[in-house]
Design a protein around this ligand. Sequence first.
Ligand code: CU
Length: 147
Amino acid sequence: MASAAPASGAGVSGAATAESAQPLALEVRAAGVTAVPPSMHETAAYVTLHNPGEQDIVLVGASTPAAEHTMLMETVITDASGTSMSGMVEVQSLTVPAGGELAMASGGDHIMLMGLTQPLEEGQEMALTLQAQDGRTLELNAVVERP
Ligand SMILES: [Cu+2]
């Protein structure tokens, strides 16, 4: 592991000067947020994205007016002395593979929303902005759903 290995797809193309102003070329197939009672201040958002392009798109963050902080997370299964347990870990990025899909789901990849600034009631829409490694963003609306 001496030299920096070329990360999959990232940073290979020339600097995207004009491109950075363009929105991410991702198709939103589904976007949901889990409704929580007003006493809870954390929830999770699940987005399914299709990448029609020929390069992987690496998401590095998300933001919403509905929460003070967000984290990209994965669910991992750990096997501790014969007992498998699932837990969540924060990750630096989530990748939408070229020509493929990133399907977030309960028990899988998700976006954690912490410090909710407003109640999230079923049926309501929540604005969510995704940030890619190249600086481009994608704005979408996620529908608040019953857990
Ligand atoms: Cu989480």
